[in-house]
Write a protein that binds this ligand. Sequence first.
Ligand code: FMN
Length: 223
Amino acid sequence: MSADPGLFATIHTMRAMRRLKPDPVPEAVLLKVLEAGTCAPSGQNLQRWAFLVVTDDAGKRFFGERYRHWLHARFGAALETAAGSSDALGRSVKAALHLADHMHEAPVLLFCCGVRDWPFAVPPEARSGLAPPSYGSIYPAVQNILLACRGLGLGASLTTMHQMFEPEMHEFFGIPDTHGVVAVIPIGYPRGKFGPVSRDPAPTKTHFNRWGQGRPGLAEPAG
Ligand SMILES: Cc1cc2nc3c(=O)[nH]c(=O)nc-3n(C[C@H](O)[C@H](O)[C@H](O)COP(=O)(O)O)c2cc1C
């Protein structure tokens, strides 16, 4: 296991790591990751998250097959076209396709779930069907989990393609309708190397005092 790289190096090198070795992740390491997740903030500190750790073949195969099917059904030929390019998008799509083909080989599939709860802005008369899970209260835990994985030398990536077949997951894994699945994180030791993330500089996304105002010496905010 590699040494903890430190907070800022962790943040700056926490790329989606979609190529994973099949070597098992020790349960003590996984629990450390989950402890980091549950340190996250949540609305009113209600901590309405729940995690399902899937390590058995039947569960991983069930999930992997559907994930792969829906990735192709949703994005179709555009995926193969993008994967043919040698630019950053092409590399990312190739990795996403690799993950879909090998999802069932990931040592751990971590389902991050949240209690369903109507957002304040949805008035009672507009509520029908199932409420969504409170994404805002679950994503901080998801991010902590991704950072903890990186800090512990584990590869992980955030996926949401399960939205295409979530009802089937509820049935197969016995997840109650009180909860929604917010993200699925395949976790394992990385095949590749960690490297810096590629992002637009913060000033291009930042306005000061009034929308559209930048700061002398900094790049202008876009849009
Ligand atoms: C809300 C959200 C949903 C995502 N869903 C998927 C997904 O279903 N499959 C996948 O391979 N990556 C998914 N990603 C990962 C992004 O594609 C990835 O973080 C982004 O392309 C940046 O790549 P990098 O972190 O390697 O730089 C998702 C990320 C977010 C934040």
